[in-house]
Each structure stands twice: as C-alpha cells, then as structure tokens.
Write a protein that binds this ligand. Structure first.
Ligand SMILES: NC(=O)c1ccc[n+]([C@@H]2O[C@H](COP(=O)([O-])OP(=O)(O)OC[C@H]3O[C@@H](n4cnc5c(N)ncnc54)[C@H](OP(=O)(O)O)[C@@H]3O)[C@@H](O)[C@H]2O)c1
Length: 375
C-alpha cells in the first residue's frame, strides 16, 4: 500500500495539474484513425472522444447503456466534427482538399450483462473487417457505487463492470485484433482507464482469501465484506483490472517479442465527472462540501482526457506502460503493489480467478482465450 506521504504528494501534484494541463498532441495526430471510446457518452470518455474528433479522426465510436444519452453525445460530437472540418477548409479552398468530416457512431453496451458485451464485441469486429480493424480502443467504462448492488450475473457492480466487463471485452476483441495485425503497418492500441486507487490500496490480506479456498473475487463479492464509498469496491475493482491488464500485456506479445497490439493504462487523476454521483447522493456531508471542494481540487474532463488519448500515441517499446502525470513508469514498475513477490503471486491468482469466471460463464470468452494461448 502507498504511504500517506506518497498519497498526499500525488494529490498535491494532481491539483496543480488542474491549472497546468498536459499539452495536446499536434493537430492531425489522429488523422484517418478509427477510434472506439467505451463509455464515451459522458465525463472523461466524451471529452476523450471530442479530442479525437478535433485531432482529425476519421471515425469515432462511442458507447453507452442508454440510447438517449448516447444519441445526445453523438449529436454533440457531430457538431464538433462539423466545426473541425470547417476550420480546416475555410479560406483554403485553393490548396489542400476539404477535410473529410469525422463520422460519429453510437452503440449500446451494458457491461453488467455478458450477453451485451458479446453482442457489442461481435458488432465492433465488423468495423473495417479485413482492413486493419479499429486503431484505438479506449476502455473507459466504470462505476462507483455507495451501496451494494449486484449485476444480473451475480457480481457486485464494480467488480462486474470495472473488472470483469472490461477484461471480457478485451479478451473477445483480441483474436480479431491479432488477425487484423496483418492488414496494418503498425499495431492497434488498447488503453484502460486506471486510477491512483489501484496503486494506493492495501492488498496484504488478499492472498489469504485465495489459500483459504474462498477466492479473492468471491471474498469481495460478499455483501458483508464490501465496504461502501470511495474506499470500498472501486479501488478493489481497479487493482484487479490492473493485475488483469498486466497479464493481458504478456498475452499479446508475439514470437518475435513484439506486441501485435499495444496495451497501456492511463491515469487521469482527479476529474470532475458524474462518477462521484452515487457517493454524493448518499452523503449529506459530502454534498455540503462538494460545491467548494470539487471545483477546487478536481480538474475538468477536457484536461483529464488529454492523458487518455495518449494511449493511441505510444510506441511498441512503451507497450504495458502505465501513463500518469504523478507516478512515472519507473516508480510504478517498482511499487510493492506490482513488484513484490506477493504482488506477483496475487497478479497470477487474480488473473486465474477472472479467466476462470469468464470462461465458465461465456463460451465465447473461453474460445478467445484458447485461441490466444495457441500462439
Ligand atoms: N473522475 C475521476 O476523478 C477519475 C479518476 C481516475 C480514474 N477515473 C476513471 O475514468 C473513467 C471514466 O470515468 P468518469 O470519471 O468519466 O465517470 P462517468 O462520467 O461516470 O463515466 C463513466 C462511463 O462508464 C460508463 N459505464 C458505467 N457503467 C457501465 C456499464 N454497466 N456498462 C457500460 N458502460 C458503463 C458510463 O456510460 P453510461 O452511463 O452512458 O452507460 C460512462 O460513460 C472510469 O474508468 C474511471 O474509473 C476517473
């Protein structure tokens, strides 16, 4: 677990980044690219999608559970796309050809249900099939619950969406991305949205729940073990996602030692979005403090999303890196939560539990994992 001094130092740096945003990549950095932002109808996801539109993407796909919300977001992005196209053509009719307007596609996805994840993955795999597939997939969906809520699949919602849903979607897409690598000059990119919570959480008791036979996911799935609010299920789900991400990183390295898809995790810091809503709803004290504290210490989505889109611009050498403005890769790599012998065992245990759950529940996930293991 990170020390209190470390956590305070991260928070102070992060507050400073609210006033000092990361520079945006150069104009045209996403020219011709097809991007999918999972959870792209609000908050950081919508802001990341907007950056991609403004930076020249050819198509931006966004998802939501809610048809109406995703339609509103699509309309908003289409407005931005029209503006971006007009800005690059006005007054330049003589020289460069008019810029093609970014196409915005809205899709529905509910990670609370495996059937929805399978259907979404099947639809996504049709996009640019045989032409290289999707260039950048930003896996951004997550939830923070202040009460114990179970998904229809029987898992507490944060475990279901933030961990199992994101890992399952990745597994389902990887064989397709591997096949599409032949049709590309460079690997596609996947980026997970991570959180400082993943490296600040105490995991020292986790192994005991595995050796006792209970299982780590089963332990956290029990209502009596689930602590509500920001310190509860959310950090746990993000630690598990981090361990799964580190195992997925190994799975996508080909016999030549190079990744056929580049996977990164991106840490946006504290951002004012809707994610805090359930915590605020249940805490009159936080509701009272929120109007003063949130605008002071939380950055805007526009600012926070700048690091998320960097997940498209990493090199093969940066495969597996965690991009953060407060915890550099070198420091992260050596943190006990990932580098200690116990953490390495935990990573393997959590991965085995996740893959066991997913492959038993969903035949398509088993097929995908079997295929990926047949390198
Ligand atoms: N805000 C922060 O301070 C902060 C800090 C560190 C990391 N992050 C991470 O940043 C990412 C984006 O969060 P945000 O702050 O922008 O929060 P947000 O505005 O609440 O966005 C969360 C996104 O997740 C999607 N989502 C939630 N449940 C889903 C489900 N069952 N199936 C599919 N999609 C689902 C939502 O889509 P719909 O509701 O439209 O379905 C929404 O687009 C998350 O991964 C979060 O953990 C945020």
């Amino acid at each position: 677990m990170a020390s209190i001094t470390q956590i305070i130092s991260w928070i102070v740096q992060d507050i400073y980044h609210g006033w000092s945003p990361l520079p945006l990549p150069p104009a045209g950095s996403f020219a011709g690219q097809t991007v999918c932002v999972v959870g792209g109808s609000t908050g950081l996801g919508l802001a990341a999608a907007e950056h991609c539109v403004n930076l020249g993407a050819a198509e931006v796909i966004i998802t939501s559970r809610d048809n109406r919300r995703v339609s509103v977001a699509k309309e908003y992005l289409e407005g931005k796309a029209a503006k971006a196209a007009a800005a690059t053509t006005v007054g330049k009719e003589e020289s460069p050809p008019p810029k093609t307007e970014c196409r915005v596609t809205a899709m529905t996805l509910d990670m609370n249900r495996y059937s929805s994840v399978v259907a979404f993955a099947n639809d996504l795999k049709q996009i640019r099939k045989g032409q290289g597939g999707i260039d950048f997939i930003l896996l951004n969906a997550a939830v923070i619950q202040s009460r114990y809520i179970q998904s229809p699949e029987g898992w507490q919602e944060e475990l279901q969406v933030n961990t199992l849903g994101n890992v399952m979607l990745t597994l389902l897409l990887l064989p397709w991305l591997r096949a599409e690598r032949e049709n590309r000059s460079s690997p596609a990119h996947i980026a997970f949205t991570t959180s400082t919570a993943s490296i600040a959480t105490d995991v020292s008791k986790w192994e005991g729940w595995s050796t006792s036979g209970e299982g780590i996911l089963n332990h956290w799935n029990k209502k009596e073990n689930w602590p509500p609010g920001l310190s509860g299920g959310y950090p746990v789900s993000k630690v598990m996602l981090m361990y799964a991400d580190r195992e997925l990183n190994k799975l996508v390295v080909g016999p030549d030692g190079k990744p056929w898809v580049i996977i990164n995790s991106m840490e946006p810091g504290m951002v004012k979005t809707e994610i805090q809503r359930h915590v605020l709803e249940d805490s009159p004290f936080l509701q009272f403090l929120a109007p003063t504290i949130i605008p002071t210490i939380f950055k805007t989505s526009e600012n926070g999303a700048r690091i998320l889109i960097m997940g498209k611009l990493t090199t093969e050498e940066e495969h597996g890196h965690r991009l953060s403005r407060v915890v550099p890769q070198e420091e992260y790599r050596n943190m006990p939560v990932v580098a200690s012998p116990m953490a390495k065992r935990l990573q393997q245990i959590v991965w085995n539990e996740i893959t066991d759950i997913l492959t038993k529940a969903v035949p398509e996930a088993k097929d995908a994992l079997d295929e990926l293991r047949r390198q």
